[in-house]
Write a protein that binds this ligand. Structure first.
Ligand SMILES: NC(=O)c1ccc[n+]([C@@H]2O[C@H](COP(=O)([O-])OP(=O)(O)OC[C@H]3O[C@@H](n4cnc5c(N)ncnc54)[C@H](OP(=O)(O)O)[C@@H]3O)[C@@H](O)[C@H]2O)c1
Length: 310
């Protein structure tokens, strides 16, 4: 197949592109930075400079490549694109990512239609953001939490927009857990090392994690099988912060995390951080394993964190 990876030089793209190439696919991969063309070529892709927020740039890139499938991995969470991580003002930190998830997705879908691209696969997110009622572990049947009235609301609305648009086009929506692996969680690990990532309240909120390489193999399967609908791409062990955060600190060679009460965390880091750490929901990967035949190399963050941080 000819696969067009929008956002091919990012933390996931760098693992995904070589896997697609190794499977025998032709890959066109995009970056906004001409300086990263050589990196994409080394990974085995045909590099293209494209701005996902510019309809003409997207239309031209897709029309030139004429791929069989488009994979949307465009986000702007990293320092150069999103500025310094700022969970208290998540709406500002994620402002460009939210535009990429809405306008960027629309541009890619329009280009796909104009060039007769048959299939579409898109990055969504599934960690802590499941609806905060009922079970602690969510399937694809259960809704994400809109976090109305908080700084997470624009981001959740952008994710809902992307999922609806890609779903209506018959594409696959991959709700990846929190990424870890080469380059994916450096800013979080740095905070843990500085003891600036505390446990909030009882640390009862769940997260779901996924190693970049497992996220990439699931994406290859979704591409090859022309999957449709939503899939949680997370590991086997959704876990509360009270379990994964002290373990992450240990693996990073840091002192155990501080503990702060909810009221103090709310003042320092805002409502969303408190909700995430005390009421967050994890996700089940049963559907992706069953329907895509996905097998994980890192079924638990326990093994994965240790290897990634050594
Ligand atoms: N993903 C998470 O769950 C998460 C959560 C918290 C923090 N972080 C931190 O964020 C960093 C990773 O950032 P990321 O998840 O956004 O991935 P990333 O590694 O920056 O990949 C995003 C991709 O989107 C592309 N992109 C950005 N703006 C674009 C635009 N206007 N048009 C087209 N493509 C565009 C980038 O292109 P370029 O090649 O031009 O850069 C890149 O290829 C890590 O340092 C991690 O610690 C991630």
């Amino acid at each position: 197949m000819h696969v067009f990876v929008a956002g091919g030089a990012g933390v996931l793209g760098r693992r995904l592109v070589p896997m697609l190439v190794a499977q025998g696919h032709d890959v066109t991969a995009t970056t906004t930075d001409a300086g990263k063309r050589a990196l994409l070529a080394e990974l085995g892709a045909d590099p293209v400079v494209m701005d996902g927020l510019d309809a003409e740039s997207v239309g031209t890139a897709v029309a030139a490549a004429r791929p069989d499938v488009i994979v949307n991995q465009m986000t702007a969470i990293s320092l150069p694109h999103g500025g310094k991580p700022d969970i208290k003002h998540m709406d500002r930190w994620f402002a460009t990512t939210n535009r990429l998830r809405t306008e960027g997705t629309d541009h890619l879908l329009a280009a796909a239609e104009a060039s007769g691209v048959a299939h579409f696969v898109a990055q969504s997110y599934g960690s802590w953001n499941g609806i905060r009622e009922g079970s602690w572990i969510k399937t694809e049947e259960e809704p994400l939490d809109p976090h109305v009235g908080t700084v997470a609301q624009p981001g959740m609305a952008a994710i809902a927009y992307l999922e609806n648009a890609v779903g209506a086009a018959g594409g696959a929506i991959l709700r990846y857990g929190g990424f870890y692996g080469p380059g994916a969680s450096d800013d979080q690990v740095e905070l843990v090392r500085k003891r600036q990532f505390p446990l909030v309240g009882g640390g009862t909120g769940y997260s779901s994690w996924i190693h970049l390489d497992d996220a990439a193999t699931a994406t290859v399967l979704a591409v090859e099988q022309k999957a449709t609908g939503v899939f949680n791409i997370v590991d086997d062990e959704p876990a509360p912060a009270s379990e994964w955060l002290p373990y992450l600190a240990e693996c990073a060679g840091a002192k155990p995390p501080m503990r702060v009460p909810k009221w103090l965390a709310r003042m320092i880091a805002g409502d969303v951080a408190v909700a995430m750490m005390t009421e967050g929901r994890g996700f089940s990967n049963a559907k992706a394993k069953r329907e895509l035949g996905w097998q994980l190399r890192y079924p638990s963050w326990r093994q994965g964190f240790k290897e990634a941080l050594n």
